[in-house]
Design a protein around this ligand. Structure first.
Ligand code: GLC
Ligand code: CA
Length: 553
């Protein structure tokens, strides 16, 4: 169904705190974000995903919440948020927000009450054990930075469970009151006008057993209920879940289209990094071929980088080492024994051709692309910052102090702005790239709207094609709007691909890294530069109705 907006969306993820500061206190805010909506609109994105916006002690970048119904006063007021939604709406931009309900902050009034008195109405909103759990070190999400998953609370004289850091006690979803409250939270933000949620840590919300217990059990009815309440309150609302799970578990999360409409494709992400490291498309082809087919309303979200580490945990040890060697050679670039805490541009050595190829590749993988703020200009990381903060530095707008992010005195911004060197704001910023037609930003501004003219990539069926080179990923997409062929050369060497297997007698180049010679309709000799790519519309022969937008008249 073409009108499902999330199948043709381009999602842009940002943290308000590090995007644009309007009042000069060094912290990005909602008025600042409003002032950048035209920039985002021009970029060609259609949906914004805001990292947590709620009041927080900010010990895990806002993923530790103290009030699910409020706005962090550092970024503005509820009124500012309503105004932001209105302004985004004016530009046709949808907004989704992080739904972080696996846990709260330990400073949340619910937990404060729960720990202070076993008779508190909130006591059973969390997971307690009077006895010392047998192995408190199992199931940690942040190994090396987290000591345990059960912590003894002096006040409660009991152990509380936390999948993440010890200041993030897990909510007890076995308690119907907790579920009812979360439904209220969801309904509240939908009523205010958000288009949906990015659901944090989905697998942990469902777990009925604790790490180490035999026969782990999950309760998927939590997702059924959430879907029912979400779509009842807003018919076209979407939940995009973070569930980095094994292949055979994925279908349960999607259900028959009655659970989660969207999930991040973590398996494809890891295989894509392996493919980039090897300059060989085979791992991506294997991942696509192994992907389960999903129900019609369901959709994958693709990403290269997000706000966390590149998680390589589901690759084999040797494969992971290959990616580490290629993209995270220094131990300080690695995190939690499984990931890389870098941005994409430095991982690809700032190679502009390769970066463009990587984004063109992402946009032509099946699903909806999610782009991380700053990646559209090729921002870098600051490894002096702890853990994942390395990749969460302020947006670089201009070559003025603080990169135009804030007017506060330098060094007093919420997080340091990357300064000096190849990735400093002096060199890498929006304004500088705006002025150049050959910049990464100009490229993205061209590619994203073109992608919207090729709905086949987002919603069609996808079939890998053999074009005679392992380095070339060739995918054919079919949808009711037409067919497309996407070719991407992951290697630095030029080659000539043979796609005659999918020739239909008509073909038109829609987008490419270069002005190639006119396409020969046999598709036998398709030249691809090193790191080159071509998007080709295949024969359009529907006798009536308007042609697809990318078909010449
Ligand atoms: C998710 C988020 C991550 C956060 C964690 C705890 O994995 O992506 O940033 O730290 O959940 O909420
Ligand atoms: Ca501010």
């Amino acid at each position: 169904m073409n009108e499902r907006w999330y199948k043709q969306a381009v999602i842009y993820s940002l943290d308000v705190e590090t995007f644009q500061d309007a009042n000069g206190d060094g912290i990005g805010d909602l008025p600042g974000l409003i002032s950048r909506l035209d920039y985002l609109s021009r970029l060609g994105v259609t949906c914004l995903w805001l990292n947590p916006i709620h009041p927080t002690p900010n010990r895990d970048d806002g993923y530790d919440i103290t009030d699910f119904y409020g706005i962090d006063p550092n970024i503005g007021s509820l009124g500012d948020f309503a105004e932001f939604l209105h302004q985004a709406d004016n530009r046709g931009l949808r907004v989704i927000i992080d739904l972080v309900v696996n846990h709260t902050s330990d400073e949340h009034p619910w937990f404060q009450s729960a720990r202070s008195d076993p008779r508190s109405p909130y006591h059973d909103w969390y997971v307690w054990s009077k006895d010392e759990p047998p192995d408190r070190r199992q199931g940690m999400v942040f190994p090396g930075h987290q000591k345990e998953t059960w912590t003894f609370d002096e006040e409660a004289q009991a152990w509380y469970y936390h999948r993440f850091y010890d200041f993030q006690p897990d909510l007890n979803f076995a308690n119907p009151e907790v579920r009812a409250e979360i439904h209220k939270v969801v309904a509240f933000w939908l009523r205010l006008g958000v288009a949906g949620f990015r659901m944090d840590a989905a697998p942990f919300i469902l777990e009925l057993t604790r790490p180490g217990e035999p026969e782990p059990q999950q309760d998927f009815s939590i997702l059924d209920d959430l879907h029912a309440i979400t779509t009842w309150r807003r018919g076209d609302a979407v939940t995009l879940a973070e569930a980095n799970v094994e292949k055979d578990e994925l279908l349960e999360y999607f259900g028959d289209g009655n659970r989660l409409p969207m999930m991040f494709n973590f398996l494809l992400n890891q295989r894509t990094f392996l493919a980039l490291a090897r300059a060989d498309a085979t791992p991506v082809v294997a991942a696509l071929e192994a992907s389960p087919s999903i129900a019609e309303p369901c959709q994958w979200a693709t990403f290269l980088r997000n706000h966390d580490e590149v998680d390589l945990g589901r690759l084999g040890q040797h494969e992971r080492d290959e990616v580490f060697t290629a993209f995270g050679p220094d131990p300080d670039m690695r995190l939690y024994h499984r990931g890389i805490r870098r941005r994409l541009a430095p991982m690809l050595d700032g190679d502009q051709r390769r970066l463009r190829m990587a984004y063109a590749l992402q946009c032509t993988l099946p699903g909806t692309p999610v782009i991380r703020y700053g990646d559209e200009i090729g921002m870098g990381e600051d490894l002096s910052l702890r853990e994942r903060n390395a990749i969460r530095t302020p947006m670089q707008w201009t070559d003025q102090p603080n990169g135009g992010f804030s007017s506060i005195a330098p060094k007093r911004t919420v997080r340091p702005v990357i300064t000096g060197g190849d990735y400093g704001y002096e060199k890498i910023n929006v304004l500088a790239q705006r002025g150049r037609s050959d910049s990464l930003l100009s490229f993205m501004e061209q590619m994203l709207p073109t992608l919207r003219e090729c709905p086949e990539f987002g919603s069609g069926t996808c079939e890998p094609i053999d074009v005679g080179h392992r380095s070339v990923l060739a995918l054919r997409f079919e949808a009711s709007t037409g067919s497309m062929l996407a070719l991407t050369n992951l290697a630095a060497r030029r080659c000539v691909a043979d796609a005659s297997a999918v020739s239909t007698g008509h073909a038109v180049e829609v987008f490419a890294d270069d002005d190639y010679d006119p396409i020969d309709a046999t598709l036998e000799n398709l030249t691809l530069n090193g790191y080159g790519f071509r998007w080709i519309r295949l024969g359009w022969e529907i006798p009536s109705g308007p042609p697809p937008p990318t078909w010449p008249s």
